[in-house]
Design a protein around this ligand. Structure first.
Ligand SMILES: *Cc1c(COP(=O)(O)O)cnc(C)c1O
Length: 399
């Protein structure tokens, strides 16, 4: 009997493996996607890969507060070039990228930021814009129900110096938002408007990779329309840590300064920037449209999941344009907790309280098969489930 090796991924309890000694590479958390293969909660669950570990082993280990680390400097220069911006700054999270950009763009109150009412900067960043900038954030409901248009912006922007207003100094757009795409043409219109009125334009592009891979426009086409953009390595791209903020030299210098002030100056970040580079090259791909990358398949899988649901008679809350599927649980007469429970019985993880499924490149075919079974259970109980899809007052589920 070979020794039982503990399955560090917690997927199958224990795994039978050949005997290990010093000359064999022991199976560890880097060997496989592990539980990520069955996890639809978010694309943040993607596991770093063996090739990232190899890059970490070979990285440089110099100080980034002194701006001396070649791996980090190269990654910054590379992203600046690929997005057609002058400069870039590696940051610890997408939230940090957004917050530094907004803090660096804005000066002093009275001022306001315009964004979609569902925006990450408004709903999911712990009120950072208020505490760091003292700015009013105005969330706008898009008239078309999917993405903001220039007309939505024109209706809500505050121009001039009328004394009751907090003038709009920054417009922040998110792409993708809820997995849906803001078309390039719309960004062009809004960008021209912002320039005309001397308003800064920021892109929360945590998932811009997905819009690009879906064919909506290239990375430079999108990013160059903004004064700054924040792009995440640790979502669908699968890096362990980090995001990149791109912008002008002046903006990035200011952002680096603000980053230091909140304790974000990094000493040997080569450990994480080496992995981020692999995530960019291998998962997104080396071309401006994600050529050679791995994200496209997750969009095909998402469409497949959406089709299974609609063919069973289910409805969708948002269109499936990239890697997210939004099941309308209320219409299916299903409660969030019930969905969670049935998914758990089938060994799948989903977020509580909502019908959002996030597909990423490590989701397995087996997970999709199990999901189909879960959907069939939910649909078969339609009408029999008295429970409303209710989240307790004051509670929310992150996603
Ligand atoms: C995930 C995400 C972020 C940043 O999240 P972190 O957890 O701080 O890395 C920012 N914006 C959007 C739209 C996101 O989806």
């Amino acid at each position: 009997m070979p020794p039982k090796v503990e399955d560090t991924q917690g997927l199958n309890g224990t795994t039978d493996l050949p005997p290990t000694d010093e000359h064999h590479t022991k199976q560890n958390a880097w060997s496989a996607p592990g539980p990520a293969a069955f996890d639809f909660r978010s694309d943040v669950v993607t596991s770093p890969t063996a090739s990232m570990l190899a890059a970490i082993t070979n990285t440089t280990l110099l100080d980034d507060v002194f701006v001396e680390d070649p791996t980090t400097n190269d990654l910054e220069a590379h992203l600046a070039s690929r997005t057609e911006h002058e400069a870039a700054l590696f940051v610890l999270s997408g939230t940090m990228g957004n917050q530094l950009a907004i803090r660096a763009h804005l000066t002093q109150p009275p001022h306001s930021v315009l964004c979609d009412y569902r925006a990450h900067i408004l709903e999911w960043e712990a009120g950072g814009v208020a505490s760091l900038c003292g700015a009013l954030v105005k969330g706008v409901v898009p008239k078309n129900g999917v993405y903001l248009t220039l007309e939505d912006i024109e209706k809500n922007v505050i121009l001039g110096d009328e004394i009751h207003g907090a003038p709009t100094r920054l417009i922040s757009l998110e792409n993708t938002l809820a997995g849906t795409i803001m078309p390039l043409e719309e960004v062009k219109r809004i960008s021209a408007f912002a320039k005309e009125h001397d308003i800064k334009l920021h892109l929360d592009g945590a998932r811009i990779w997905e819009a690009v891979v879906a064919g909506a426009g290239s990375l430079p086409e999108y990013c160059s329309l903004f004064d700054s953009a924040s792009l995440c390595f640790s979502k669908g791209l699968g890096a362990p840590v980090g995001s990149m903020l791109v912008g002008s030299k002046k903006l990035i210098k200011q952002a680096r300064w603000v980053r230091k002030s909140i304790g974000g100056g990094l000493r040997q970040p080569g450990v994480v920037t080496a992995a981020a580079r692999v995530a960019l090259d291998e998962t997104f791909g080396k071309g401006p449209n994600g050529e050679g990358g791995l994200l496209k398949q997750s969009h095909i899988t998402a469409k497949k999941i959406a089709n299974i649901w609609t063919e069973l008679g289910g409805k969708l809350e948002n269109p499936t344009e990239t890697n997210m599927v939004w099941l309308n649980l209320e219409d299916a007469g299903s409660s969030g907790p019930e969905f969670l429970e049935v998914a758990k019985e089938h060994g799948l993880k989903i977020l509580p309280g909502r019908g959002r499924l996030v597909v990423h490149y490590q989701i397995s075919d087996e997970a999709v098969d199990r999901l189909e079974k879960v959907m069939k259970v939910l649909i078969s109980r339609k009408g029999q489930n008295g429970q409303a899809n209710k989240i307790r007052v004051g509670e929310r589920a992150y996603g």
